[in-house]
Ligand binder design. Structure first.
Ligand code: ADP
Ligand code: MG
Length: 734
């Protein structure tokens, strides 16, 4: 439903002055189809008078040792090619206060055409003084018109610059022409925009209206108004996303009725008696939160966060036992087959132990995997359907149509980051409305979990079991490998077992396999001759993997050579050394997960990161502090920063924060997985307050008027239908 006033905004960009059909085609290619799209094609940056110097001032700055980048606006006087050992291009500029020059050593032919005498440019770079002249080498430059430069200098007007994709360049659209096109659109059509936020929100949150915001995002009247324009769109974006989250939450809280359970028998208390350790305070705290959810009538939807090794499995198992105690089945879904296998084994062992003191009932555990033999599978399916099985452990296979739970009361999803909203919804639709417990070892920074998982209640295990020592992490060059192998041998005499990990070669599983196999053979015949070695990799069937893991657990091997198949969840308490080769190739969260494979007992554990010698010496020489590194530097030193972060920090939350900084929010948030649109304006790291405010507003509105019936909420309803129709689907799933 678009009002008649707005209709004109839906016409093609073709009708904007100096666009026409050919250029319109190029605009279409980059997603700008209508006039409205063009109005929302915001500049990537602005030229602002407060950041521009005169030539004379810049000269003075450099003389006095100012080291940074400056911007000067000047007119091209002359362009000359100079042969001085090598050919170079020199462009002479002047402004009202003096002269400066720009030098190009490369792309001479091209730049000769760009800089025409009489044209005006804004030049930005770090200047030098050469023969008393202010000089820029390979500077950034933007062309502006005489008129713009006048109003810029006289009235402090702020000039926008837009990203100009190659499709536009191909039609001769440059800085000047695009600015003119946008300016025409803004002047003639911006008033046609209709407000997309209720007036009460605009008032309460002190936002500027949509017309003022669009105008000032392009051509800011002042810096302050530009900031307000950005703020408005950030808020609006987060408000709608949080509205979707609120709707999702509202939906399962009201539409779905869950089971209200109670503690029926001595099952739980007996189980606690079988444990060889005491639960930590944090485990007890999250357990009581989970228990409250399960006892209440509304279905549980809870995210359990806890660092690698914090003991989430046992917590989820107790939750499963509560469901079973009430006559339900419980399922736990994990991302890999070996992990499923390991969980099934561990849980079975624990259930057998429980049976010894809790004679009245034997809890039956089954494992359901895609790769199982048909006869085994059929039998499993049957025992799920007829509820012989109490606890079902599996991978994605649990989703399949064929799997019919008789009476599913609880679904546990381990290592959530691997599963998306969609899968969650699918599994939830399997039972009546089972309780859902999502577990994640990837500690998601608070703002992110609030957004993506904002519909889940949050429980955090913020404490490690007492018997743990921090893992010692070191970074070593490849030249140190012989010494490291010696260390592995020495430690094996004290009963230490070691993982030797080789990175996944993404392009080719075959190569990865070859690397691991070759290495396995080499090591068995050389450095590690005196030890027993095992090998595990992704090409093995789960049965083969299972056998290797079991033998490692039984200490048949001292060393397990492995690809990243061991990354998630594997629990071998006596393995206390992990050597990660080519460590620079792993991402931070992956390194943290891998490191989490060790340090699961009271012995001192070691994580040895091995990388190219040159990278190691670079990393060890410079303290790279992310807080102080400019973005360009971070980009350049990413692998060093990652390695140093691992050496410095063991806290998963700290590491996740770093990871977010390194990868940028788009990478994490933008995943199709989240079921949400990608963020255009807001920044998950820096806009925390905006996110919190938007969430509060959105939840309050959905709480009061979930169907958007009130007149003031019509705007919200319409916008959701028009702009967020795709995401709306996921909001109502579950
Ligand atoms: P994660 O949270 O990474 O899934 P696990 O559940 O695999 O961690 O637990 C890691 C190890 O710690 C397991 O061997 C588990 O038996 C043990 N564990 C769990 N809770 C405690 C505790 N309170 N005290 C000592 N050990 C514990
Ligand atoms: Mg786990």
């Amino acid at each position: 439903m678009i009002s008649s006033k707005e209709k004109i905004l839906e016409s093609s960009v073709q009708y904007i002055k100096s666009v026409g059909p050919k250029r319109a085609e190029s605009f279409h290619k980059i997603g700008i189809k209508t006039i409205r799209d063009l109005l929302f094609y915001f500049p990537s940056r602005h030229l602002d008078r407060t950041t521009v110097l005169t030539a004379a001032k810049a000269y003075g700055y450099v003389i006095n040792g100012y080291p940074g980048e400056v911007t000067i606006i000047g007119k091209v006087e002359d362009v000359e090619r100079i042969r001085f050992r090598k050919e170079l291009l020199k462009v002479h500029f002047r402004d009202a206060t003096g002269f400066f020059e720009c030098i190009w050593f490369q792309g001479i032919k091209y730049f000769e055409k760009v800089f025409k005498p009489g044209d005006i440019f804004a030049i930005s770079s770090k200047p030098e003084i050469n023969y008393n002249k202010l000089q820029f080498v390979h500077a950034d430059f933007d062309r502006i018109t005489e008129e713009e430069s006048q109003s810029f200098i006289n009235t402090g007007k702020i000039i926008p610059f837009y990203r100009i994709p190659k499709e536009l360049k191909a039609r001769n659209i440059g800085d000047l022409s695009l600015r003119r096109i946008v300016s025409y659109a803004v002047e003639n059509y911006v008033d046609k925009l209709e407000e997309t936020l209720p007036s009460s929100i605009i008032k309460d949150e002190n936002l500027i209206d949509i017309v003022t915001a669009v105008k000032n995002y392009h051509f800011p009247e002042s810096k302050d108004l530009f900031e307000k324009a950005k703020h408005r769109f950030k808020f609006e974006e987060m408000f709608y996303i949080e509205t979707l989250v609120a709707l999702r939450k509202h939906n399962y809280e009201t539409k779905l009725t869950g089971n209200s359970l109670s503690i029926k028998t001595k099952l739980i208390s007996n189980f606690l008696k079988t444990l060889t350790f005491e639960l930590t305070k944090a485990q007890l705290k999250v357990l009581s939160e989970i228990k409250n959810d399960m006892l209440s009538e509304k279905p549980m939807n809870r995210l359990l966060q806890g660092d690698v090794g914090s003991g989430k499995t046992i917590v989820s198992l107790i939750a499963m036992l509560i469901a079973i105690d009430n006559g339900y089945q419980a399922a736990i879904m994990v991302p890999t087959e070996i992990l499923a296998d390991q969980h099934a084994k561990n849980i079975s062992v624990m259930m057998n132990k429980l049976h010894e003191i809790h004679k009245e009932r034997k809890i039956k555990v089954i494992l359901l995997l895609g790769g199982q033999k048909k006869s085994v599978r059929d039998k499993n399916l049957e025992s799920i359907e007829f509820q012989e099985a109490d606890i079902i452990v599996g991978t994605h296979a649990l989703f399949e149509e064929k799997v019919k739970f008789n009476n599913l009361g609880l679904v546990v999803i381990d290592e959530q980051h691997r599963f998306g909203v969609r899968q969650r919804a699918k599994l939830q639709s399997k039972g009546k409305t089972p309780d859902v417990l999502v577990m994640s070892a990837t500690p998601i920074p608070r703002t992110l979990s609030m957004t993506i998982y904002g519909d889940l209640e949050l429980s955090v295990i913020d404490e490690m079991p007492k018997n743990r020592n921090p893992i010692k992490t070191v970074l070593r060059g490849e030249n140190k490998l012989p010494e490291i192998y010696k260390f592995v041998i020495d430690k094996s005499k004290d009963g230490y077992q070691s993982f030797l990990v080789y990175p996944l070669v993404e392009e080719s599983e075959k190569l990865e396999l070859k690397a691991a196999t070759t290495l396995f053979e080499e090591l068995s015949n050389s450095y590690l001759r005196e030890l027993k070695l095992g090998l595990i990799h992704g090409r093995m069937s789960w049965l083969e993997k299972e056998e290797v893991m079991l033998r490692f657990l039984k200490k048949d091997f001292n060393v397990l050579v492995s690809t990243t198949v061991i990354e998630v969840g594997i629990d071998i308490p006596a393995a206390n050394i992990i050597l990660i080769n080519d460590a620079q190739r792993f991402g931070l969260s992956q390194l943290h997960q891998l490191r989490g494979r060790v340090g699961r007992s009271s012995k001192q554990a070691y994580c040895i990161l091995v990388a190219k010698d040159s990278l190691v010496s670079k990393t060890n020489q410079h303290e790279l502090d992310l807080e102080y590194l400019p973005p360009a530097q971070i980009e350049k030193h990413k692998s060093s920063v990652r390695l140093q972060t691992m050496v410095k920090h063991t806290d998963g939350f700290k590491i996740a924060e770093m990871d977010l900084k390194l990868r940028g929010p788009g990478d994490i948030f933008g995943t199709v997985q989240s079921g949400f649109p990608e963020l255009k304006y807001a920044d998950i790291i820096n806009d925390t307050q905006i996110i919190i405010d938007a969430k509060q507003k959105a939840f309050a509105i959905v709480d009061k008027d979930p169907k958007f019936i009130l007149p003031e909420n019509q705007i919200i309803k319409q916008n959701l239908l028009i702009q967020y129709s795709e995401s709306l689907k996921y909001a109502t799933i579950a």
